[in-house]
Design a protein around this ligand. Sequence first.
Ligand SMILES: Nc1ncnc2c1ncn2[C@@H]1O[C@H](COP(=O)(O)OP(=O)(O)OP(=O)(O)O)[C@@H](O)[C@H]1O
Ligand SMILES: [Mg+2]
Length: 413
Amino acid sequence: MINRDLQAVGLDIGTSAVRCVIGEQDEEGALNILGIGESDSKGLRRGIVTRSNAVVEAIKKAVDEAERVSGLEIQMASVNLSGQHLQGENKSGVVAVAGAEREISEEDVERAIDSACAIQLPSGWEIMDRLPQEFIVDGQDGIIEPIGMRGSRLEALVHVVTSPSAGGQNIVKAVHNSGLEIEQLILEPLAAAAATLSDEDREYGCAIVNIGSEITSLMIFGRGAVQHTAVFPFGGMNFTKDIATGLRVSIPDAEKIKKRHGCVAGYLMDDEEKQELIEITPVGRTETRQLTKEILTDILHPRAVELLQYIAQEVANSDSQISSGVILTGGSASIKGIVEIAEQVFDAPTRVGLPHEDLFGGLVDELQRPDWSVAAGLALTSLRAQLREDELGGKSPGRKVAEWFESFRGKFR
Ligand SMILES: Nc1ncnc2c1ncn2[C@@H]1O[C@H](COP(=O)(O)OP(=O)(O)OP(=O)(O)O)[C@@H](O)[C@H]1O
Ligand SMILES: [Mg+2]
C-alpha cells in the first residue's frame, strides 16, 4: 500500500556543497524523487562546521530550491554525519537468555547489543551508530534474526561507530537554525551505500569509497553487514591544490581546470589528446600561458595513486574480502581515470556508484552523478525508516518520528 503522506528528505551537508533531495514512495516501493536543490557550501572544514551562519545560509538555499522544484514544504530531513574522526570497531557482547522457555525476545537482543556497545570512550566522544552484524546462539553463528529462536546464550557482534560529539552537535544546531527538524543523523558512507549498493554487493563484500572535497570515507561491507569504517583527511581538494601549486594558478582557477580537463590516467589519452593545449592565467599575471593536457595529468596521476594506495592499505589491513569490488562515490569519483587507477591499486573490480535506478524514480536522471549518492541515500533511508515505523508502531509516522526526535535531541542538548 502506498502512503502518500510519507515525505522523505535527505540533506547532505558537505564541505563543498549542500544537497537536498525530497521524494515520496512510488508504486514499486522505490523513492519517487520530486525535488532536488544544491548550493555552494562554505563554513565547513573537513565535514565539520566552522562557521555556522554560512552553513545555515547554504542549507536554506538548497532546501528552498528543492521546495520550489517539488512544490512541497520541507519541515524535517535526514542529515549526513561526517567528519575525519569517525571510526568503527567490531565488538561483541554476550547475555543469558532471560525467559523461562528460553525463547529469545526483543529485550534479549537489545541487551546483547547494549552489552557489545558498553565501551570506554575518550571524554567528549560518543557512539554515533550501532550496526549489528550477526548473532551467535549457543555457539551457532551467522544468525541474522534471533528473535523467537530458542537458546540459552546469545552473543551479538556489532560494528560500533564513534566520533567526538561536537561534530554532530554543530550540524544539529545549524540545521535547527535553518528552520528544519532532524529526523535522523546517518553516517555519510552508510547513506552513499544505501543509494548505490545491491544486496549482492553487501553479501559478497565490497568497499564503498566516498571521495568528497576534503574528506574521504570508507565503509566495507560483507556477509550483509558493515565490517569496517574509516575516514581519511583528504579528497578532491588535494588535486585542486596540486594544480594551483604546480601551475601557479588560483584555487578557483585550479578547480575549474581540474573539472574541465583533469585526468589521472595518462594511458587513457591518445597522443593527440595529450598534446591538446590548455590556457591558464598564472596568479598575478594578466597574460595567459599554454600547457599540454599531458602536463596536467602528470601532476594529478601520482596524487591519485597515493591517495588510493592509502585507502587500499586500510582495506588490506582490515582483512576483508571484497569480491564485489570497489564502489567510488562523492564528487571526486567524477575525475577522469580514477576508476581505472583504483582498479589497479585495489586489484579489484571498480565502478562509480550512482543512485541505483531500481531504487529511485521521478527526477532520477538529474541525480546520475556520484556526488548525489549521499543525499539520495539519506532520503531513501528516511523513507525506509518511516515505512518500518508505520508497520511496527501503528502510530502515525510523524508522531513516532517526533517521539524519536525528542529522545535524540536530549542526546545532543
Ligand atoms: N567532474 C569533476 N572532476 C573532478 N573533480 C570533481 C568533479 N566534480 C566534482 N569534483 C570534485 O568533487 C569534490 C566535491 O565532492 P562532494 O560534493 O562529494 O564533496 P562534499 O560532500 O561537498 O565534501 P566532503 O564530503 O569532503 O565534506 C570537489 O573537490 C570537486 O572538485
Ligand atoms: Mg560529502
